[in-house]
Design a protein around this ligand. Structure first.
Ligand SMILES: [Zn+2]
Length: 173
């Protein structure tokens, strides 16, 4: 197991669309476990492969509350989500390990269904994902398409964070 370096805003890898994974290999499982360790260490509740420099469709998520709930890690290859019928658009504050110190309100679906391939290569489907888990699934899947939450914040939030964003981008240029 190893801690990986988390890339930050301004790094081009974060903006590239990621490739689907055909076959699970021991290397991919190792990478996913390293990503979980890196996420717990940060700490954060989700991490996508481009954030550690790999443009592949892999995310890890654990939205259990540290020290209060048992860990509940998910490793998802090729995740795809869709809103459930009763889903509503809800706004909530988000942050991102690739955007340290930046926060903003993002509107997303409140209830989703996610499909993905697990570490054994089996297709999985989880219905009725809500709350932070639903938000995290959408946020991490966005990363796989080169999208960041700051693309979706209001003009006011963007203006408030403008100098921090500029500083981060400059550090990576
Ligand atoms: Zn993120």
């Amino acid at each position: 197991m190893a801690l990986l370096k988390i890339l930050t805003y301004g790094n081009e890898t974060l903006r590239k669309p990621c490739k689907a994974i055909d076959k699970i290999t021991p290397e991919l499982i190792e990478l996913a476990k390293d990503m979980l360790e890196t996420m717990y260490d940060a700490p954060g509740c989700g991490l996508a492969a481009p954030q550690i420099g790999k443009n592949i469709r892999l995310v890890v998520i654990d939205t259990a509350i540290p020290d209060e709930e048992d860990p509940n890690p998910y490793i998802m290859f090729n995740p795809e989500w869709e809103p459930e019928q009763e889903s509503e658009q809800v706004s909530h504050e988000e942050g991102c390990l690739s955007l340290p110190g930046i926060w903003g309100e993002v509107t997303r679906a409140s209830k989703v269904k996610v499909r993905y391939m697990d570490i054994n290569g089996n297709q999985q489907e989880i219905s009725g994902c809500e709350g932070l888990f639903a938000r995290c699934i959408q946020h991490e899947t966005d990363h796989l398409d080169g999208k960041l939450f700051v693309d979706k914040i209001s003009a006011a939030d963007r203006a408030m964070n403008a100098s921090k964003l500029k500083k981060l981008a400059k550090e990576n240029s």
